[in-house]
Design a protein around this ligand. Structure first.
Ligand SMILES: [Cu+2]
Length: 298
């Protein structure tokens, strides 16, 4: 996001400079018409790279290497269980092997080694989700932290994969990436959500920004007909029968200050936004600390 804004400023500054130069050059006499200065420095506009990821029980089908910058990540769940795709960048010098070793020592050892870059949220079988995230070149992992019915997280069942992000071949400095048109803004705070005031059904993109002081996400569930948030809470504590909701994606965890784009195609109904990330201080899920937000799609 910062890079994008900076680029716009650079282009504008260059255009101003060129315009000033053109005025000086032309002032003594009426010169012959020339190309408008703005056109001379206009950057090529490209759309984000698209990456398709398939989740199964329990593995990711994904490329091992992709080009970075703004990337549209699509996920499709071909597993029987719900899955999400968390993209996380490993700190400089941290290898995949070192990260796996750290995970075996516990999250308090592994988590400080990574920053969260978003990703498609939880989906039920057959579900599809799309997000657009900014990925700086580096070593990443794809991870699924959702637990199976036996309580074991998918990350421990094979859903942890290395991903190398390389600099874009077309040279990020020469292009402007066309970001999605935004229909609504979502703010992730410690510990609450700000959602668009009115949410209409249909295709739309939300810009999701973490304005909190720690990792946050927004998982979206759609309540089954006649079910309430109370039913969801009861089911989450003691699953009994089919869930009273469906998983419809969302934006996986983002670092504080980061933004990403969540592409949605919503049908009318009752929904809830949730953050399942644990609070380091209390160990509680953010949902328990207030990050539960019911909303209606008309
Ligand atoms: Cu949170």
């Amino acid at each position: 996001m910062f890079a994008h804004t900076f680029k716009q400023h650079t282009v504008m500054a260059a255009a101003t400079l060129l315009a000033a130069f053109a005025l000086t050059a032309c002032s003594p006499a009426a010169a012959q018409p020339s190309t408008p200065p703005a056109a001379a420095v206009e950057a090529a506009v490209v759309t984000p790279t698209v990456v398709q990821i398939v989740t199964k029980d329990h593995l990711f089908e994904a490329p091992a290497e992709i080009e970075g910058g703004w990337v549209t990540v699509k996920s499709r769940n071909e597993g029987a269980e719900p899955h999400h795709v968390q993209l996380a960048q490993l700190n400089d010098g941290v290898t995949f092997e070192a990260f796996v070793e750290a995970l075996q020592q516990g999250p308090e050892v592994a988590f400080p080694l990574m920053s969260l870059a978003g990703g498609p949220g939880p989906l039920d079988t057959g579900g599809e989700a799309v997000v657009t995230v900014e990925l700086a070149p580096g070593n990443y992992v794809l991870a699924d932290f959702l637990p199976s019915a036996d309580g074991v997280p998918h990350i421990a069942k094979g859903m942890l994969a290395p991903l190398t992000v390389v600099a874009p071949a077309n040279g990020a400095d020469d292009v402007t990436v066309a970001l999605p048109e935004v229909a609504g803004e979502v703010k992730l705070m410690s510990f609450s959500f700000v959602l668009p005031q009115e949410i209409q059904a249909g295709e739309q993109v939300w810009k999701v920004t973490n304005e909190g002081d720690q990792w946050h996400e927004i998982s979206l569930i759609k309540l089954a007909e006649g079910k309430t948030m109370m039913d969801v809470t009861h089911w989450m504590h003691a699953p009994d029968g089919p869930p009273p909701f469906t998983n419809v994606g969302g934006m996986q965890g983002l670092d504080p200050g980061e933004s990403a784009y969540l592409h949605l195609d919503l049908t009318p109904g009752e929904y809830v936004g949730l953050c399942h990330i644990p609070d380091p201080a209390s160990g509680k899920e953010h949902a328990e600390l207030g990050m539960v937000m019911p909303f209606t799609v008309k």
